[in-house]
Ligand binder design. Structure first.
Ligand SMILES: Cc1cc2nc3c(=O)[nH]c(=O)nc-3n(C[C@H](O)[C@H](O)[C@H](O)COP(=O)(O)OP(=O)(O)OC[C@H]3O[C@@H](n4cnc5c(N)ncnc54)[C@H](O)[C@@H]3O)c2cc1C
Length: 381
């Protein structure tokens, strides 16, 4: 690194800012990465034991090349951090063949020639007895999908960034951000910092960042629940892939046992309620939510004890079209925004880190991010 290398300030080191710090630092930038809390904290969007990684994407085929590159970078991060982060246990989408998610994954797999299997209800009952299917339902298997571990991922990326020279400033909330001639001035804990370029990756705190006030980001609560497995061995990643379950009575994502005790489900059918501010994230839920989540488990996951052993609450920022906002920040020079990941940003985080580094250092990227253009939400868009 030379002192003439650009000085880049990153605001927010959840998974997105952590990956940007890593990819920028290894490419020679002088990185200063700020966070109000410490790496791996549980108040934002990047914690809670597990995340889904999929390669066949119901959200749109344009993500397929990004997912491929993300998969390579997850492996690279595992190698440099000497931690297991992504376990390729496979991934299931389960439901009626005409459900839009099943239709979308089949279409994506066919269009991009991606490996997959389709099981009818009796084949699924033999292979994945952990899930109860109704007659006529099917299972779509994405064999290259897997489960990610969020806390080691964030900490590993920041450790790799620090080894490449980045300064990681935990408990530094940026409370003032001012564009100066050709750069930026930032204030945290009463101290002033300067940078040539800023990367804004504040996750669900985006509405509180004045420079991002024009973006329609809604903060919502997501509430995973853990249910003890009766037969733990049958619910570990070598036997239970990650899953997205679609059923008339319930919809949820489902994660294998990683803690030696419990399967995690995220009940989608119970909603992701809006929050005024991540600071107001309630740490508990009402009894009705617990009863409804337990009923879904009793109905569709017969190998689990249908009463949660633990519940977590997390905040995430959603955009109106459920696609992230990634690109140069309109109306400013030398600022890049990555926010609004709408409940599906984790698996792609390393490639978004690479994209951030491309945009900061070269003003462009080879990756196709047209659908994520910040201008679609601004007057110019
Ligand atoms: C419960 C849950 C389950 C999910 N499941 C999946 C899944 O299975 N697969 C998947 O791909 N995605 C999933 N997602 C989505 C994914 O986890 C998020 O899209 C991703 O973690 C967003 O990361 P982020 O870095 O943008 O936000 P965050 O992790 O919230 O990070 C933002 C950081 O910015 C910091 N910050 C904010 N303002 C300031 C400031 N002024 N100064 C300094 N620091 C600041 C915050 O402290 C925070 O650390 C899930 C999300 C949740 C909540």
């Amino acid at each position: 690194m030379t002192t003439s290398a650009p000085r880049i300030a990153i605001v927010g080191t959840g998974v997105i800012g952590a990956m940007a710090a890593w990819r920028l630092a290894v490419r020679g930038a002088r990185v200063l990465a700020f966070d109000s809390y410490a790496p791996g904290h549980d108040r934002g969007a990047s914690a809670g034991e597990s995340r889904i990684f999929r390669t066949v994407y119901k959200e749109g085929g344009s993500y397929v090349p990004l997912l491929r590159r993300a998969g390579e970078l997850w492996r690279e991060l595992e190698a440099v951090s000497a931690r297991e982060i992504l376990t390729r246990c496979g991934g299931l989408t389960i439901g009626a063949p005409e459900h839009p998610d099943l239709v979308a994954v089949r279409r994506c797999a066919e269009e991009y020639g991606l490996a997959h299997e389709i099981l009818d209800d009796s084949a699924a009952a033999a292979r994945f007895p952990q899930h109860r299917l109704d007659p006529g339902e099917i299972v779509f298997l994405d064999p290259a999908a897997g489960v990610l571990r969020p806390e080691p991922a964030v900490q590993g990326a920041l450790a790799a960034a620090a080894s490449a020279g980045a300064e990681i400033l935990s408990y530094h909330r940026i409370d003032e951000l001012t564009e100066t001639g050709g750069g930026w001035r930032l204030r945290a804990n009463g101290e002033t910092f300067t940078a040539d370029h800023v990367v804004l990756s504040p996750g669900p705190w985006a509405p509180a960042v004045r420079a991002l006030a024009g973006f329609p980001i809604e903060v919502r609560r997501i509430t995973p629940c853990w249910f003890a497995a009766r037969d733990v061995a049958a619910h570990r990643p070598n036997r239970l892939p990650i899953a997205i379950r679609r059923h008339p009575d319930a919809g949820f994502s489902c994660f294998p046992v990683l803690d030696g005790v419990a399967v995690k489900i995220v009940p989608h059918h119970l909603g992701f309620p809006a929050l005024a501010d991540p600071a107001e994230l309630p740490r508990s839920v009402d009894a009705e939510f617990v009863r409804a989540a337990s009923a879904a488990v009793a109905r569709l996951l017969p190998g689990l004890v249908p009463a949660p052993v633990r519940i977590g609450t997390y905040a995430e920022g959603f955009t109106p079209d459920d696609h992230a906002i990634v690109g140069p920040l309109p109306g400013t020079a030398n600022a890049t925004v990555l926010t609004g990941f709408s409940g599906h940003g984790f698996k792609l985080a390393p490639v978004f880190g690479e994209i951030a580094a491309d945009l900061v250092l070269h003003g462009k990227t080879r990756h196709d991010i047209g659908a994520l253009d910040p201008n679609r939400f601004t007057r110019e868009g």
